[in-house]
Design a protein around this ligand. Sequence first.
Ligand SMILES: [Zn+2]
Length: 121
Amino acid sequence: MTIVRKSKIVLVKKYSLSFEWSHQPGSGFSFACTKKGNLILSETPIPALENLLKCLNGEYDVIPQGVINCSYTYVESAQLQCDCGELIDLVNFRNTCSECALEYNMSGQLLAPLCHCEEDW
Ligand SMILES: [Zn+2]
């Protein structure tokens, strides 16, 4: 077996241009934008653009919140190539190859078959 991808923490940078309803704090509108507040048009469908226009022209009774940092991180699991050639994401305590049924732990170490583990008790 070969580890083809090591586990790593991935940072996703996201920002939104936000508006909050004046009569309902905590709810409102947010639009994908850059850190400097420039709208990301590819992530803004037409209905969202219409809502943004209503936020900006006063049609909606909202309070501008400015640019909100919505960045987050997640753990990308390691990936192993089993000796049979199958790729396995190492996301669980036991990760079973769907092709040959060998099992690996999250570090990619081959595990003994489960029935043998039970016999040791
Ligand atoms: Zn396999």
